[in-house]
Design a protein around this ligand. Structure first.
Ligand SMILES: [Zn+2]
Length: 219
């Protein structure tokens, strides 16, 4: 019963039974994605926070070739439409899953706990760094772009980069632990959300720094 969907999926084109492959195993016609499919299943991956980059690349290239519109240009209208929509899904899955931060955000969405688009609250762990950055930016603006102030802002940019790299590395370590335990548990989702909020906050701050530095360059 549970396997009905995977076992009895019938190709719209040749009517033969095919699994959940993106293209029919017999006639290679692109298949509509099942309603319940997520970005992991598009590439045949299990729902896990850890994704092995090499495996992802291989799956992406294979899927991309199989559904590519060039390969289905002589198909009928339905075949061509399905090829286009499957290609879009494959690209979206790859773009989302290859980046640990984007993957984490998608994970929250999948579990009905999406990260807020805008978050103006300073995460407590980052308060000191945020304060320092804002002070240096203000110093640079007030000085009209003086060299010493500029160097100070560049130094802060370096700190932000290091902090972001550290947070991303930590996040991937946590993914391993969470996958081994219970990656959909409410406490895991809460911690994932907290970590992703920190990263999002710092990335926005990093953009502000970059903009300010770029603006001064042309002043
Ligand atoms: Zn078929």
């Amino acid at each position: 019963m549970m396997r009905a969907e995977t076992r009895d999926h019938e190709c719209w084109h040749c009517s033969r039974r095919t699994g959940l492959a993106l293209v029919c195993l017999h006639c290679e016609a692109p298949q509509p994605l099942p309603a319940a499919s997520d970005l992991f299943s598009v590439l045949g991956l299990p729902r896990r926070l850890v994704v092995e980059p090499r495996d992802l690349e291989d799956r992406y290239h294979a899927a991309s070739r199989a559904v590519h519109p060039d390969r289905h240009q002589t198909a009928n209208e339905r075949g061509r439409e399905l090829s286009l929509s499957a290609s879009a899904s494959v690209n979206r899955a790859y773009r989302t899953l290859r980046d640990p931060v984007a993957r984490g955000r998608y994970w929250l969405e999948l579990h009905g706990a999406p990260l807020a688009e805008r978050n103006n609250q300073v995460p407590p762990e980052l308060a000191a760094l945020v304060f320092e950055t804002q002070e240096q930016l203000e110093g640079l603006r007030e000085s009209g772009g003086a060299a010493a102030e500029r160097r100070a802002v560049e130094a802060v940019r370096g700190e932000l980069d290091a902090r972001l790299a550290g947070l991303s590395a930590e996040l991937e370590e946590r993914y391993v632990t969470w996958d081994a335990a219970s990656p959909g548990a409410p406490e895991v989702l809460a911690e994932l959300k907290r970590r992703l909020s920190e990263i999002a906050y710092l990335s926005t701050l990093r953009d502000d720094v970059e903009e300010t530095l770029a603006g001064r360059e042309h002043a």
